[in-house]
Design a protein around this ligand. Structure first.
Ligand SMILES: NC(=O)c1ccc[n+]([C@@H]2O[C@H](COP(=O)([O-])OP(=O)(O)OC[C@H]3O[C@@H](n4cnc5c(N)ncnc54)[C@H](OP(=O)(O)O)[C@@H]3O)[C@@H](O)[C@H]2O)c1
Length: 309
C-alpha cells in the first residue's frame, strides 16, 4: 500500500525521509506520480491542485497537513468521502503560543507606542499595568487556545475564554455560545482569535463585537482572515475603539499590495507565519494515527465535516 503526498507548496523530501523512518513498509509517492492508483490508501494533503484527489478508489484517510480545515469546507465538492484527520502537533502548538505570548506582551508593555516614541527621539515613560490587572480574552478554547491560556496564566494575566460548548478551565473565566459572547468581550482588553473558520464564525470580528470590547482594546488574529470584517476593523481603529491590531491571516493571501493594512500605523501584519509545520513532528502524529487506523482504533483529531472543525 502507498501514501500519496499532495502538497504543491512544500518539498516532499523531508516528509519522505520522516515517513521511511517511522513506517518503512509504506511506499511514499508524490503527486502527480500516483503510480497504481488503487494502491493509494493514505493522502498527505495541503491545498491540493484541482482534481488531484480524484481517481483514488481505495483512499481510506486524508491527512490534512494543517490545523484549520476551512479549505476543505470551501472545496467540499472536490473532497472524497473518506475519513479526514487534521494536523495537531507539538511544534505547531508551541509556535502559535509563542506568537500569542509575543504579541500579548508587546501590547501589555505598550511596545507599539514605545516604537513610535523612538522614531520621534522622545524619552518618555508610559504608565505600566500589572498582568493580573489586564484581561486577555481567548476566542476559541481548543488545542491552541488552551495552550496559549496555560502560558499566559504562568505570566499571571487575567484570562477569559469563549467556546461553543461550556468549559471549565482553572484560571480562565469561561464563556460559551451566543449568550456568552458579549459578556466575554465586555471584559476583554486584548482579544486573541483562535477560532476555526466555519459558517458560524465567519465575520465574527465585526462592528458589533469590536464595539463590545472596552475602548482602546487590542486585537490579535492568528486564526483565519475570514473571521474579520475588514471595513469594520478599519473603522474601529480610526475611531480609537481598537487601539492596535496584529494580524497573521488574511483573505486573500498573500495580502494584496496596496491593502490598507500594510501601511496602517496601528496595524501589524505578519505573513501567515504564526505557526509552522515541521515534517518530523507532523509525521510522528500522522504515523501514530496510521498505526491506530491499522489496529482499528479511533484516530486522534479526526475532523467532523458536519461540525466544520
Ligand atoms: N495562523 C496560523 O499559522 C494558524 C496555525 C494553526 C491554526 N490556525 C487556526 O487556528 C484555529 C484553531 O485551531 P485549534 O487546533 O485550536 O482548533 P480546535 O482545537 O478545533 O478548537 C476550536 C475552538 O473554537 C471553538 N469554536 C468553534 N466554533 C465555535 C463557535 N461557533 N462559537 C464559539 N466557539 C467556537 C471550539 O469550541 P468547543 O471547545 O466548544 O468545541 C474550540 O474551543 C484553526 O482552525 C486554524 O484556522 C492558524
Amino acid at each position: 500500500m502507498a501514501a500519496l503526498f499532495i502538497n504543491p507548496h512544500e518539498d516532499p523530501a523531508p516528509w519522505r525521509a520522516a515517513l521511511k523512518r517511522r513506517i518503512p513498509d509504506l511506499e511514499f509517492r508524490v503527486w502527480p506520480d500516483v503510480g497504481r492508483a488503487e494502491e493509494v490508501e493514505f493522502a498527505f494533503c495541503w491545498k491540493p491542485a484541482a482534481d488531484s484527489l480524484e481517481g483514488l478508489p481505495n483512499l481510506k484517510v486524508l491527512f490534512w497537513l494543517g490545523a484549520g480545515i476551512d479549505w476543505l469546507l470551501e472545496h467540499r465538492a472536490r473532497v472524497p468521502d473518506v475519513r479526514i484527520v487534521r494536523l495537531v502537533d507539538d511544534a505547531l502548538t508551541a509556535c502559535m503560543t509563542e506568537y500569542v505570548v509575543l504579541h500579548v506582551l508587546r501590547y501589555h508593555r505598550s511596545q507599539p507606542q514605545l516604537d513610535l516614541q523612538q522614531s520621534q527621539q522622545l524619552w518618555a515613560d508610559l504608565p505600566q499595568r500589572l498582568p493580573w490587572n489586564r484581561t486577555v480574552g481567548l476566542m476559541g478554547l481548543g488545542v491552541l487556545g488552551t495552550d496559549a491560556a496555560d502560558k499566559l496564566k504562568a505570566l499571571r494575566f487575567k484570562l477569559a475564554g469563549w467556546s461553543r460548548s461550556a468549559k471549565t478551565l482553572p484560571g480562565v473565566e469561561c464563556f460559551h455560545g451566543d449568550d456568552g459572547l458579549v459578556p466575554f468581550l465586555n471584559k476583554t482588553e486584548i482579544l486573541v482569535c483562535l477560532l476555526p473558520l466555519t459558517a458560524q464564525t465567519r465575520g465574527i470580528i465585526n462592528a458589533r463585537t469590536l464595539g463590545a470590547l472596552p475602548r482602546g482594546a487590542f486585537l490579535i488574529n492568528a486564526a483565519r482572515g475570514g473571521h474579520v470584517v475588514v471595513e469594520d476593523l478599519l473603522a474601529a481603529l480610526d475611531s480609537g475603539q481598537v487601539a492596535h491590531a496584529t494580524m497573521d491571516v488574511f483573505e486573500p493571501e498573500p495580502l494584496p499590495v496596496g491593502h490598507a493594512f500594510w501601511r496602517h500605523p496601528r496595524v501589524t501584519v505578519t505573513p501567515h507565519n504564526a505557526s509552522l509545520t515541521d515534517p518530523e513532528f507532523s509525521l510522528a502524529v500522522v504515523a501514530d494515527n496510521i498505526a491506530r487506523y491499522r489496529r482499528g482504533e479511533p484516530m486522534v483529531n479526526e475532523v467532523d465535516m458536519a461540525r466544520e472543525y
